[in-house]
Ligand binder design. Structure first.
Ligand code: EPU
Length: 444
């Protein structure tokens, strides 16, 4: 049977926490290792199940994977024997779609099942397929199987009408080995993409972000090996920051770049969170003179805006604000799975639909979400949270209910822990080290 988390609310968190390497870079640099037949050594690799799934996939394709120490992994893709990924591996995580670019670039063929929808929305891959066609790669899907072919790859003009993070990363990787120049307009601006670009350039690629949302790639003959340390995880950082603030404690986050978190810091500060940046550390706590936070309105958006992945944990903080706050989600079509769990714990949250919405404002295709409903919530605070049995619905919803448990009266029991393991390394142990009354048990 699966593990359960037990958390007793009320303990303020104090101390320091080292932020892990960013999951959303880790998954992509694993795929990037396929672009060379030399050794790629990645440092600060988080030990999470999504990383394990990507490593399992690249090993299945024939690469050699060795963990050199706790957070360093060595990948050698000299001996790739397959270009086809079985459905069981793709089903584990959507990010496996990022194997398209490297497999087609290096081997000219790939077969990858359609990743399908998941709990936070349908998440189609139309932008991947269309963009790869601009470079001469064709992908045809029959049922759930997609077959890709790229006899010759040439540079081209790619225009994303709507932003896609992984789609941008995928086309960059495809273009690294194509003949000539590729220009990507409407490229996503997230710093995780720039971290991947840094690594690829250190492998011998020629990629430049020429201006916001425009990236140029000059194809090269081959890429070589590299040793690379990935950036800190700004989603994990925000999660710990909220944990410190809502418990009325004070926690210093280490190894995180505050400039990647500007929108979070601004909203947190408006709500009454106190923070101080010193070099690559940020100390978080609640403003001393406040009993409750102040209500704020948040609209998620692409970088440098307020990340969609910060939204669910931030909702917990807003349950402790004195007044009505609004969260409007514009990136994923179904991100409110955590709401019913927070309501079970006593939060007062009401979903609503934005009047006169502009379809261009949404990351997903609004026309496939008819009727467009409940893309925003009102949170009425402050409410006392109480302990009950709750279930994690997805990764970020998982962290959200743990944060709620940290401030709920009594002991909460949380199920669905495998969702949390996808993206947070040793979350329970690290919260406990900061003073949380939390434990994880395997129930037989
Ligand atoms: N979309 C399409 N068609 C496409 C591609 C995307 O309709 O071909 C839609 C998606 O369904 C979504 C929106 O466009 O509604 C944005 O999708 P994007 O491609 O930017 O997201 P992603 O690359 O799949 C990454 C992160 C997400 C994060 C988003 C937005 C990884 C592995 N995942 O997803 O992280 O929320 O960017 O910043 O990089 C998480 O870590 O919990 C997580 C979900």
């Amino acid at each position: 049977m699966e593990d359960l988390i037990y958390v007793e609310g009320g303990a303020p968190l104090h101390g320091e926490v080292e932020i892990s390497g960013a999951k959303n870079v880790a998954l992509k640099v694993i795929a990037a290792a396929l672009l060379t037949d030399e050794e790629v050594v990645i440092q600060r690799m988080p030990k999470i199940s999504d990383v394990n799934a990507m490593l399992q996939t690249i090993s299945y394709l024939g690469a050699e994977v060795v963990w050199e120490d706790d957070h360093t992994v060595k990948i050698n893709a000299q001996t790739i024997t397959k270009t086809e990924i079985p459905v069981e591996l793709v089903a584990q995580l959507r990010a496996s779609v990022v194997f398209w670019g490297p497999l087609l670039a290096r081997f000219g063929e790939a077969t990858i099942p359609f990743p399908g929808g998941d709990k936070i929305g349908k998440r189609p891959i139309d932008r991947f397929i269309d963009s790869m066609a601009c470079l001469g790669a064709t992908v045809t899907c029959q049922g759930s199987i997609c077959i890709g072919e790229a006899k010759t790859l040439h540079g081209g003009l790619v225009r994303f009408e709507k932003s896609t993070v992984t789609g941008t990363e995928n086309i960059i990787m495809l273009a690294t080995l194509a003949e000539g120049q590729t220009r990507i307009e409407g490229a996503a601006n997230e710093p995780e993409i720039d971290d991947l670009i840094n690594m690829l350039n250190q492998m011998g690629a020629s990629i430049t972000r020429v201006e916001d949302h425009v990236i140029e790639v000059n194809g090269v003959e081959a890429l070589h090996g590299v040793q690379y340390t990935i950036m800190g995880d700004r989603i994990e950082a925000a999660t710990f920051a909220i944990a410190a603030a809502v418990t009325g404690g004070e926690v210093t986050l280490k190894q995180i770049d505050a400039k990647h978190m500007t929108a979070f810091l601004a909203k947190a500060q408006s709500a009454g969170v106190n923070y101080k940046v010193v070099g690559d550390q940020i100390r978080f706590g609640k403003l001393q003179d406040k009993t409750y936070f102040d209500p704020v309105n948040v609209e998620t958006s692409v970088y440098p805006g307020f990340m969609t992945d910060w939204h669910p944990p931030f909702a917990v903080l807003l349950t402790q604000a004195d007044g009505v706050s609004v969260i409007h989600e514009t990136i994923h079509s179904k991100r409110f799975g955590y709401v019913k769990e927070l309501k079970k714990m006593g939060a007062e949250i009401e979903p609503f639909t934005i009047e006169d919405f502009d379809p261009a404002n949404y990351g997903f295709d609004v026309s496939t979400e008819v009727p467009l409903q409940h893309h925003a919530i009102r949170i009425f605070g402050p409410t006392k949270l109480r302990s009950v049995g709750v279930t994690m619905e997805d990764l970020r919803a998982g962290a959200t209910v743990v944060l709620a448990g940290l401030i709920a009266e009594g002991e909460s029991t949380i199920a669905g822990v495998h969702h949390l393991d996808r993206g947070y390394e040793s979350f329970v142990e690290r919260l406990a080290a900061l003073g949380a009354k939390i434990r994880r048990e395997t129930n037989n």
